[in-house]
Design a protein around this ligand. Structure first.
Ligand SMILES: Nc1ncnc2c1ncn2[C@@H]1O[C@H](COP(=O)(O)OP(=O)(O)OP(=O)(O)O)[C@@H](O)[C@H]1O
Ligand SMILES: [Mg+2]
Length: 258
């Protein structure tokens, strides 16, 4: 059944000139699994995420992805059309700043509908009704469908960004600090929503966060990075309850103090 990974990363390295952004990165992601990448600022989390999602060119290593037809090519072998399909349909990207993932001066409904049009849907009534359903899924009143995201609060913008991503039924979502820019109270609601959607839709997710509480809430597995390398990886509960690397011990201890 789910015995095959959806993503496999081997010996991935990204250099910025002589500087190592990340190196010796190997891990798998299984269907329906949420993997959190944690570590201090500058540890290489965003570099890693952007290499995997092909927004950044890797220096070396392998990144294999399970296509819908079950092939498992390295992303470097894909045609431009196949990559475009992944970007527009099969993958989602939730940015820390909603403005990076939304068109702020286009209506909420159009922000969601646009992803459907990009994959060939042309029936206006149908697109509008699916956009409206998705607004409700993310707890935005359907009556706001013609409002622009500039008129939304931070939490609403983030929920709209989530709707825009999920409307195409992606199989893998990349998230970089999705609640990083939100107030704590608003964060909790967005996290709850994410947790519910991820489990309802059995999405695979790679989420970058420096917040171990977010990792604990959402992820089944955790990768801990320091200075561009993985220092520890394992089941989130195990890593949090019994961290084996001194750096992870420090990270875990520091959240217990707060
Ligand atoms: N375009 C770039 N050119 C040169 N160095 C870069 C570039 N982007 C990132 N780096 C460096 O690579 C290292 C890892 O950066 P990265 O942004 O991946 O860290 P991060 O873990 O996401 O940090 P944060 O939690 O602050 O977002 C840092 O030392 C950073 O300065
Ligand atoms: Mg980052």
């Amino acid at each position: 059944m789910n015995s095959e990974p959806i993503l496999s990363v081997r010996k991935l390295e990204k250099r910025y000139g002589n500087f190592i952004g990340c190196t010796d990165i190997s891990f798998d992601v299984w269907p329906g699994e949420v993997v959190a990448i944690v570590g201090e600022s500058g540890s290489g989390k965003t570099t890693l995420l952007n290499c995997i999602s092909t927004r950044l060119e890797r220096s070396s290593g392998e990144i294999r992805y399970r296509m819908r037809d079950r092939r498992f090519p390295d992303l470097a072998e894909l045609s431009e059309a196949e990559l475009r399909f992944l970007m527009r349909t099969d993958w989602g990207f939730v940015h820390q700043n909603p403005a990076d993932g939304l068109r702020m001066r286009v209506s909420a409904g159009a922000n969601v509908g646009e992803r459907l049009m990009a994959i060939g849907d042309r029936n206006y009534g149908e697109i509008r009704s699916r956009a409206s359903d998705w607004l409700e899924h993310v707890e935005i009143a359907a009556s706001r469908i013609d409002d622009m995201p500039v008129a939304f609060s931070g939490g609403m913008r983030q929920r709209l960004q989530i709707a825009r991503n999920l409307v195409t039924h992606p199989r893998l979502i990349f998230m970089d600090e999705p609640t990083g820019g939100l107030d704590v109270s608003v964060q909790a609601r967005v996290l709850d929503l994410l947790r519910m959607l991820v489990s309802d839709l059995s999405l695979s997710v790679i989420i970058v966060t420096h917040d171990l509480a977010v990792a604990r809430l959402l992820s089944q597995r955790m990768i801990v990075m320091k200075s561009g390398r993985i220092v520890e990886q394992g089941l989130t509960d195990r890593v949090m309850d019994d961290p084996s690397h001194p750096y992870t011990q420090l990270l875990v201890a520091s959240i217990l103090e707060n």
